[in-house]
Write a protein that binds this ligand. Structure first.
Ligand SMILES: [Zn+2]
Length: 118
């Protein structure tokens, strides 16, 4: 994977994240209060179940899931594993990553996962 591409994706992910966070902050008082009570470090490695629970209460499972995916993708960039499928370890296509920068699985694994969850 090209370093340049990863840099672009990292920036994209940060943008999506801050947009998501600012939308949520603007529309959701509970979330705003929660964010103000946290420092960024807590959020980045929000391993705490308590924070998770409160976030889900405030913003709903769907947005929480998206934030988590973005964080995981950012972590994978740091680990040098960005763009590799978390399931089969194969490379995720560049087109797919451009469309969904926080995709953690290749298209094959993603669709079999979705079939399984249906
Ligand atoms: Zn895969």
């Amino acid at each position: 994977m090209e370093e340049n591409f990863i840099e672009i994706m990292q920036k994209k992910l940060m943008d999506i994240k801050s947009e998501l966070v600012s939308n949520l902050t603007a529309s959701n008082a509970d979330f705003k209060a929660l964010m103000e009570g946290l420092d960024t470090k807590d959020l980045v490695d929000s391993a705490s179940d308590d924070i998770d629970r409160r976030m889900i209460e405030a913003i709903g499972a769907q947005d929480m899931k998206r934030l988590r995916l973005i964080d995981s993708a950012l972590t994978r960039i740091q680990q040098g594993k960005y763009g590799l499928c978390v399931r089969c370890g194969k490379r995720i296509s560049q087109t797919r990553l451009e469309a969904i920068p926080y995709a953690l699985m290749c298209i094959n694994c993603q669709s079999s996962e979705e079939r399984r969850n249906r």
